[in-house]
Every structure is written in structure tokens, then in C-alpha cells.
Design a protein around this ligand. Structure first.
Ligand code: ADP
Ligand code: MG
Length: 706
């Protein structure tokens, strides 16, 4: 694996070789069947068993040529992980031989045992029937690992009654909604398009640590983050890791990661060191929302798999280490037509720019009006360490437009004159707006929702989370605003004038969400409050917003979520929150009692003996330095053990609470808060106890070795 050689097998042969891509389908399927599949993908026709039979046979042949022995329906339950149920192609014959089979029915539908996945009350356990259905719009792929070679078929996971039990179904529904409403607008505008697709380019951040060190830390192993750890002498303050030269071990890992992803047809593009030590990023080229979401799951899985082969461990957690930056995903979002038009790309003609401004203000309104939903979609326990914690985006959602675009919109909405480059007075749809710089240089990294020239970048997304949820929220919110615009435009007698009024009115009403300044500053918190922008501080406050009246109205109007589906998600995500904090807290107790206390008392014993022996040997010797250390040590041991006892009581109390929301709030406000107190003592002890007696690898080991 380490001798990837692109001279023996050129990259163009490797690229996409494990992906049952469109071109693979075109070569392997009879023309008529291929055309049928395209119609199914476009949503204009339903899939027939006949077509599925032919596709299944072609897929099977392709997979078996690649060495596959099994196939699996690959899906994304609400645990946020991916799940699969394996079946082999083998069908025994009476003469002792086998036939390799894969039918259309097996391609279309699977019945995994649904009872083991969270459903939040949607599917009574006695009727644990759920099924997986082939998603024709996301390509099947081959996975190679120690368990062998498997054909993976991306599927949606629904209950017997058709309720969404996964992350894919709502995403597909939200894409439909956006398509429907955007097409209505485009039709009135006279723009030729048959389909509008949200496009996503997710940039994925992660840490790498040495596996042998990782294995010595039960907090990292079981929770993905360190619950103890004193900051090393050197942190990220030197900023020398960012875009620095990539360490050999990481470089060789990345080479293989790229190779694995390229085989899957995933165009991994950039690779560089992030702000924190041993932190990295990978960004594939954008895809349709659905494909990008599936592929981001594959990227995360591949990062973990390849890291292991290199004796490394990948940390996808949002905040593995206190005191250095955490990880997120930058969710780049835009809309494009099947005719190749990016709806957020400023054009050259006056008409193009009127249209651009219309879609731009649609996003501005959507973000302002539904910011609590966006915030909720980016919440998990890990992200609570980042948002609003003076790093990465603040918890307040605002939009960065860049000075030039902001001043244009400001002037237009105030009815003031704006001069174009040629000296004309700018009017929407009459003159073209001055060409916009792509703002690459003064990109505001503190903005949670930044316009970056021809797309928006939602920077709040947690690194370990599926990007489905955030994109469901953006797609649906924008679909709603576009449907309001379409209602007006369809009735307008003077189209140009109506577009101009919509742009002006919308911007005026929602410009409060536009902020180009420093999102990390304290002034912004006050300013945002004055503007009436919500500041939702934590997961437990954010998640329940998904099932508020306004959310239910929005999502049910567009057919994305029913009330029951929303309520089930609130329950599942709050439970997941409590479970995560519960495990973190229990690990903390264990490490405090079994490792730190043990090491501290050993050191305390040896110090005491040293003091006694020294006094015996040298009666006049001043042992105050030893005594000072011993005092500090004893104080912190007492503190640690007292706080740990308190933590244990709080864990038990929260664990007994049956109400999901109350339990989550106890885990946040009591258990999690107490963990902070325990940690102070543990980290102080780490500073006192000799390095070679400390029971687990330190931040210095984890952050600076690779
Ligand atoms: P950075 O934000 O680090 O400067 P880039 O600007 O190169 O990185 O792009 C970030 C991501 O945005 C990439 O994954 C890229 O494919 C994606 N992207 C570019 N155009 C679009 C688009 N129209 N829609 C969605 N994502 C896009
Ligand atoms: Mg970026």
C-alpha cells in the first residue's frame, strides 16, 4: 500500500475505478436501460423492476470483476454513522457449485434489522420493520478493506410507514423542495432550466495522533476527546503549523488517502496543515448535496481507515484538545441549474445581475429568518466547545458579504445612487453591477456564514457530524423564501420593477444579519443583541428548536419533515448528547481515580519519604521546597477526589432522570460543568508530577509527535 506508483498505473486509470459511475453505467447498460435510469435519477420516472434487474446484473458483474464477494445496502441512520448489512452474492447449487446472484429486488430494497437503530418513537419496537431503498442518484462503490471487497449501494432508510429513519431521506426531500421553488422563480425570470440542484463542497478538518499514544488514553479511545491534559509549553501560538510543511508521516498518510479517495471517484483536492498542531484539512471538489453528503461520510471513514494503516489515529471530534483550535467542516453551498448556471455567481449583463441579487437576498433572508434552525443543525456536544468559545465561528449567526457587495446592497435598498465602473448609476436589472472581486485576500475567517464570490460557506458545521442536517436546513429555508418570491413574481405586471422591489425590501428587512466585522469580538456580542440576532449557546438549547411551531410549519409545508419526524429527531439528538457527556464524565472519573490519583499518591509517598530521609541524613537541611510541593500535591489530590465524588453523584442523578430534555439539561448544566472543576485539579497535578510518572501521554506527546 505504501508503494503507490502512478507510473505503473496512471492516475486516470485509477481515478473512479471503484465507483460505479455514470460512464461505467453507460458502457455496461443497454442504451434504452441507461436512458431509463437517467429519467429515474432526474425524478421524471419511477424505477421499474425490469430496469433494476438489468442494472443489478451489470453492477454485479462489475463488482465481481473487482473482486467483490459481498454486497451491502449502505445507509445513514440517525446515529450519525453509516450502517450496512452484508449479503454475499453466493447462491449454492445442488451439485455443490455456486451461482453468483444479485437481483433487481435485492438492489432496490433491503430489510435490515431496524430495531437496533434509533427511531425516537417513530417505529414501535415490536414492529421493528424498516427498509433500505436504493438511491439511484448516488453512485454505488467498491470498498476494500480487511473484511474483503464489498459492493456498497447507497440507500435511504425508512420505516414501514415511510417515515424517514435516516439522514438521506430528508436531504433528498429538501433538494426536491429547493428544486421546485427555484424553478418557479427561474421560470418567471425566463431562465431556461429543467432542474436546480444545491451543490456542496465540504472541507473536512481532523487531527492525527500516533496510535500507540492514542491507545494509552481511554478518554480519546472512548470519547474522541481528552478530558484531562495540561497545555504543553508550546501550543498553537506560533502559528507555524498553518500551511507549514507537512510532516513526513502525515504526507505519506495523505498520499494514500488521496489514492483511496481517487479510486472512489472522490476528487480530494487540497491538503494542508491547519491552525493547530497535527491538524489537517481535506477538501473534495463540490458535488450535488446528496452525493457530497455520502462522499463526506466516505471521506471520514477513509481518513480513519488509512490513518490506522500508518500507525496513526484520526480524530474527527470537534474538540479533541482544550487550548488549541478544534475542528469543523466548512460547508460550501450554492445552487446550480442543469444548464450549468451557478445561481449565486454574479453575471456580466444587467439581467444576470438582477437575478444574482434576487437569489443572494433570498439566502440572506433565509439565514436571518431561520438562523435558529441553522444553529440547531450544527449542534452536537463537541461543537459546544467551539461555538462562541472564542475560536471558529461564534454561536451568533451572521453573514459576511464583503464591503463592496454590502455597500451596493445598502445603497440600493436605501434608494441612494451607486456608480458602476463606467460611471452609470446602478439600478437593479437596468445596469450591471460592478464586477465583484472574489474577496480571496480579506476573507473573513470569523464569519459563520460567508459569501465567497459565488457560494456561501457555512462554517459552523461540526467536524464529526453528517453534513446532511445543515444542508436540509439551508435548502428548506431557501426554498421557503424562493416560494415567497415566486408568489410575488408570478403575479407581477412589471417584472423588472418587482425584482427590484423584492431585492430592496428583502435586504432592508434582513440586513441586520449582515456583519463584515470580527465575529470573535466582545463588541459583536453586544451589537448582535441590539440587532435582535439570537445567540444560542449550546446544543441543549438549540436542538429543541427543531420541533418548534415555526420549524414544523416550514418543514411540513415543503414536505421535508413531519411533526413526528422532527420530534423524533429532537429526542434522539438530545439522548445522544446525554450519552456522550455521560461517557465522558465516567471516563473522567476512572482516569481521576485509577490513574491520576494512583500516580499522585505514589509521588506523594516518595516525596514524604524523601523529606523524612533527608531530615534524618541532614538535620540542618532546608526541606521547604519538598514540603511546598508536597503541600500543593496534597491539596490537589484532595480537590481532585472531592470534585470526583461530586461528579459521580451528579452522573448518577442525571442518569436517573427519565425525561429526555431534563436529563440533557442536567448533563449540560451539572455534569459537564462539574467536569470543568475536576479537570482543573487533574491538570494541575500533571504539572506537579514528574513526567515519567504521569500515567498517560501528555498534550506535548499527542500534538507534536507524528
Ligand atoms: P477555501 O475555502 O479553503 O479557500 P476553495 O475556495 O478552494 O477553498 O473551495 C472550498 C470548497 O468550495 C471546495 O470544496 C470547492 O469545491 C467548493 N466549491 C466551489 N464552488 C462551489 C459551488 N458552486 N458550490 C458548492 N461548493 C463549491
Ligand atoms: Mg474554507
Amino acid at each position: 500500500m505504501n508503494c503507490i506508483d502512478f507510473t505503473t498505473t496512471p492516475l486516470n486509470e485509477i481515478y473512479g475505478s471503484n465507483c460505479f459511475s455514470d460512464s461505467e453505467m453507460r458502457t455496461r447498460l443497454p442504451k434504452s436501460i441507461y436512458k431509463e435510469v437517467k429519467k429515474v435519477q432526474d425524478g421524471t420516472e419511477a424505477l421499474t423492476l425490469e430496469v433494476a434487474e438489468v442494472v443489478a446484473a451489470a453492477m454485479k458483474d462489475w463488482a465481481i470483476e473487482k473482486g467483490a464477494t459481498h454486497y451491502t445496502h449502505w445507509f445513514q441512520p440517525l446515529t450519525g454513522l453509516t450502517a450496512e448489512k452484508h449479503d454475499s452474492f453466493i447462491s449454492p447449487l445442488s451439485d455443490g457449485k455456486v451461482m453468483l446472484e444479485f437481483s433487481g429486488k435485492e438492489l432496490i430494497k433491503g430489510e435490515p434489522d431496524a430495531s437496533s437503530f434509533p427511531s425516537g418513537g417513530l417505529r414501535a419496537t415490536f414492529e421493528a420493520r424498516g427498509y433500505t431503498a436504493w438511491d439511484t442518484t448516488s453512485p454505488a462503490f467498491i470498498r476494500e478493506d480487511d473484511s474483503g471487497v464489498t459492493l456498497c449501494i447507497p440507500t435511504a432508510f425508512v420505516s414501514y410507514n415511510g417515515e424517514a429513519l435516516d439522514k438521506k431521506v430528508p436531504l433528498l426531500r429538501s433538494m426536491d423542495a429547493l428544486n421546485r421553488e427555484a424553478l418557479r422563480v427561474l421560470k418567471v425570470l425566463g431562465v431556461d432550466a429543467g432542474k436546480v440542484t444545491p451543490t456542496i463542497g465540504p472541507e473536512q478538518e481532523y487531527f492525527l495522533v500516533k496510535e500507540d499514544l492514542f491507545d494509552k488514553r481511554s478518554d480519546l479511545m472512548l470519547t474522541g476527546r481528552t478530558v484531562f491534559g495540561a497545555m504543553s509549553a508550546k501550543g498553537q501560538e506560533m502559528d507555524d503549523h498553518y500551511f507549514g510543511s507537512i510532516k513526513e508521516a502525515a504526507a505519506s498518510f495523505m498520499k494514500e488517502l488521496n489514492y483511496e479517495l481517487w479510486k472512489l471517484g472522490i476528487s480530494a483536492k487540497t491538503q494542508h496543515n491547519e491552525v493547530a498542531p497535527n491538524q489537517f484539512e481535506i477538501a473534495p471538489i463540490f458535488d450535488s448535496a446528496n452525493v457530497a453528503t455520502d462522499r463526506n461520510q466516505l471521506v471520514m471513514a477513509s481518513i480513519e481507515k488509512v490513518a490506522k494503516r500508518h500507525g496513526l489515529k484520526a480524530l474527527l471530534h470537534e474538540k479533541p484538545f482544550a487550548g488549541v483550535n478544534g475542528s469543523g467542516k466548512h460547508n460550501n453551498w450554492s445552487m446550480s441549474t442543469d444548464t450549468g448556471l451557478n445561481l449565486l455567481e454574479p453575471g456580466d449583463s444587467p439581467e444576470d445581475n438582477a437575478n444574482f441579487l434576487l437569489f443572494l437576498v433570498a439566502v440572506i433572508k433565509a439565514v436571518d429568518e431561520y438562523s435558529p434552525l441553522l444553529r440547531a443543525s450544527a449542534s452536537n456536544s463537541g461543537n459546544d466547545h467551539r461555538l462562541g468559545a472564542n475560536e471558529a465561528p461564534p454561536a451568533i449567526i451572521s453573514i459576511f458579504l464583503g464591503d463592496q457587495l454590502e455597500s451596493i446592497l445598502d445603497a440600493l435598498s436605501e434608494g441612494k445612487t451607486v456608480k458602476t465602473e463606467s460611471g452609470q448609476t446602478l439600478e437593479i436589472g437596468v445596469t450591471s453591477i460592478p464586477s465583484l472581486p472574489k474577496d480571496l485576500t480579506d476573507r473573513n475567517r470569523t464569519s459563520p456564514f460567508a459569501f465567497t464570490g459565488n457560494k456561501f460557506e457555512f462554517r459552523m458545521v461540526p467536524s464529526s457530524l453528517s453534513i446532511s442536517g445543515p444542508n436540509v436546513a439551508i435548502n428548506t429555508a431557501v426554498a421557503e423564501v424562493l416560494s415567497e418570491f415566486a408568489d410575488r413574481l408570478e403575479k407581477a405586471s412589471d417584472l423588472k420593477a418587482e425584482i427590484a422591489s423584492i431585492v430592496k425590501e428583502t435586504y432592508k428587512a434582513h440586513k441586520r444579519v449582515v456583519f463584515n466585522g470580527n465575529g470573535y469580538s466582545d463588541e459583536w456580542v453586544g451589537e448582535a443583541e441590539k440587532r435582535g440576532l439570537p445567540n444560542i449557546k449550546s446544543t441543549i438549547e438549540a436542538i429543541p428548536l427543531k420541533a418548534e411551531m415555526s420549524s414544523v410549519e416550514l418543514f411540513s409545508k415543503h414536505g421535508v419533515f413531519s411533526k413526528e419526524e422532527l420530534e423524533s429527531r429532537v429526542e434522539i439528538y438530545l439522548e445522544a448528547y446525554s450519552m456522550q457527556i455521560n461517557v465522558e464524565a465516567k471516563i473522567m472519573v476512572e482516569m481521576a481515580e485509577k490513574q491520576i490519583y494512583a500516580a499522585a499518591s505514589r509521588f506523594s509517598k516518595s516525596l514524604s519519604e524523601t523529606i523524612l530521609k533527608t531530615k534524618e541524613a541532614l538535620t540542618s537541611f532546608d526541606t521547604s521546597a519538598y514540603e511546598k510541593t508536597l503541600t500543593k500535591l496534597s491539596e490537589n489530590i484532595n480537590g481532585l477526589m472531592t470534585k470526583t465524588e461530586e461528579l459521580k453523584a451528579l452522573i448518577a442523578k442525571a442518569g436517573d432522570e427519565e425525561d429526555v430534555a431534563k436529563a440533557a439539561s442536567m448533563f449540560r448544566n451539572e455534569v459537564f460543568a462539574k467536569m470543568g472543576e475536576v479537570r482543573v485539579y487533574g491538570d494541575t497535578l500533571e504539572e506537579i508530577i514528574p513526567r515519567d510518572e504521569w500515567p498517560f501521554p501528555t498534550y506535548e506527546d499527542l500534538l507534536f509527535r507524528l
